[in-house]
Write a protein of this length. Structure first.
Ligand SMILES: O=C(O)CCC(=O)C(=O)O
Ligand SMILES: [Fe+2]
Length: 344
């Protein structure tokens, strides 16, 4: 489709989005610059990139002034002791334990009214629904109807996140992760890049620059944060659709997709790219990096050792179960065979 045709076909939803956003703004009485910012930056092209590649990067969202105010709120919450340590969940023998990440502090606005009062601009952002409205209009498969915000302060000193998905389709209705970065003086040596793993495409690093918004598919985009050597601030808005709707789009059964013969390369590739299988294939493809990221993100402890042991066990099982497909995994990563990927 040519660019002009594409733009024309989106004009109606764009106008509808603007009307709806105006209506919501009237209702919520939020900081108007926030609403206007989303109306301006969530373009059909941004939505299309998110739908087709699983992520999108947008710069210049709020402008430096608002970005600095947002940063001051995040830093203020950290300094006032309103944040808690972020933990990785380790599920083992039917029990969940929490393993603290080093240097990562967070606050959830929806749960804590004290925090809300200390961060009025972040609260206004969380109350505003324009982002969800714009994305739902341009990506009709999404009906985003709730959101939650989390503020994060990384002290530096190597603080990072291991490879993970933000959610699981069986678990909740989270669909889109929106992260806003608030680091005005960020430079390469500070680290802390967001690394996305859009398997079978190669991983890519995104600098956590001030006033940058990164959107990605919460359940299907594996990602991590590289070790940060300088303090790093951001906040995340998770956009969800109600569970009833979320469950409607369940993928077809795996048994129906498994090819009769692994020699049928196209069918094998489709099977490997089925979201439920692809999750495991990616873990296998990045097994070493995955293990290293678990080590880097948590201090040395018995629970970190348990987490790593569990990771290696899982990778072994995946390698054995998918043994006959390993040549096709390689072909996928080399781009020698393609299979459709539905991100959202
Ligand atoms: O800080 C970031 O860039 C991403 C953090 C993240 O992946 C998360 O909070 O789930
Ligand atoms: Fe995440």
């Amino acid at each position: 489709m040519s660019a002009s045709l594409f733009a024309a076909s989106w004009q109606r939803p764009r106008a509808a989005a603007r009307l709806l956003a105006q209506h919501l703004r009237g209702l919520a009485n939020v900081a108007p610059d926030v609403t206007t910012a989303f109306e301006r930056v969530i373009t059909p092209e941004v939505a299309e990139h998110l739908g087709e590649k699983g992520y999108a990067v947008v710069d210049g969202v709020f402008g430096a002034d608002v970005a600095r105010r947002l940063r001051a709120e995040v830093v203020g919450l950290y300094r006032a002791g309103h944040m808690h340590k972020n933990c990785t969940h380790l599920v083992k023998d039917n029990a969940t334990s929490l393993v603290e990440k080093s240097h990562i502090h967070e606050a959830e606005l929806t749960l804590d009214s004290g925090v809300q009062a200390a961060a009025p601009l972040c609260s206004a952002l969380n109350a505003d629904r324009t982002l969800a409205t714009m994305l739902s209009l341009f990506l009709p498969q999404l009906t985003l109807d709730s959101q939650a915000i989390k503020l994060q302060y990384n002290e530096g000193g190597g603080g990072c996140f291991p490879i993970h998905y933000d959610s699981d389709e069986q678990l909740d209705g989270r669909r889109v992760t929106a992260i806003f970065y608030l680091n005005p003086d960020w430079k390469e040596a500070d680290g802390g890049q967001l690394r996305l793993y859009p398997f079978p495409a190669a991983p890519l690093d995104i600098a956590p620059r001030e006033d940058r918004l990164v959107l990605f598919a919460s359940t299907r985009m594996a990602h991590r944060v590289l070790p940060a050597t300088a303090p790093r601030c951001c906040f995340t808005i998770w956009l969800s659709q109600s569970r009833r709707r979320a469950f409607v789009r369940q993928a077809p059964s795996l048994a129906a997709l498994e090819p009769a013969s692994p020699d049928d390369v196209a069918a094998a590739a489709r099977f490997l790219m089925h979201p439920a299988v692809r999750q495991h294939v990616s873990k296998l493809a990045y097994a070493e990096e995955w293990a290293r990221s678990l080590e880097e993100s948590h201090g040395d402890s018995g629970s970190r050792a348990a987490m790593l042991e569990q990771h290696h066990k899982e990778v072994d099982i995946i390698r054995r179960s998918l043994a006959k497909y390993l040549p096709v995994v390689e072909q996928l990563t080399k781009g020698q065979v393609a299979a459709p990927m539905q991100w959202l």
